[in-house]
Design a protein around this ligand. Sequence first.
Ligand code: TYD
Length: 141
Amino acid sequence: MAKEKSKKAHIVSLGKIRDKRGNLSVVEEGGSLPFEIARTYWIYDVPGGEHRGGHAYYKSEELIIALSGSFEVEVSDGKEERTFRLEHCDKALYVPAGVWRQLRNFATNSTALVVASTPYSARDYIRKKALFIDLKNRGEI
Ligand code: TYD
């Protein structure tokens, strides 16, 4: 994928290196990643019916991968909502800064790997949807 940033969430194909021993996929700066990696975290053991996310970031961009199992990511740019189902570990969802996201409908034993462009900062979170919409309407994010 090209290095330029997109304002919209979209699926990135990571590719799959296959041989008789199995498959291998890669996330690498300068490759399928449109940002430099500052942090990686993963979400797992999500009880049935639980949601994760439910926020946006001021600055952080993320790539989300279903390393195992499957789940949905609902994204909103304040006008349009889209739902992506992640279920293949050679596909990632790129989520730019300033996009509301919620992860839901986790299958049992799913693992969501998240690669982020910033270190963790509680101040980077927009946790109230009304504030998010307001900031969007004012063009501040
Ligand atoms: P949170 O981002 O709210 O989780 P999610 O968006 O997946 O529902 O984070 C849950 C808790 O973990 C919260 O107390 C902050 C902490 N946390 C870190 O300490 N470092 C991190 O990199 C992340 C993502 C969360």
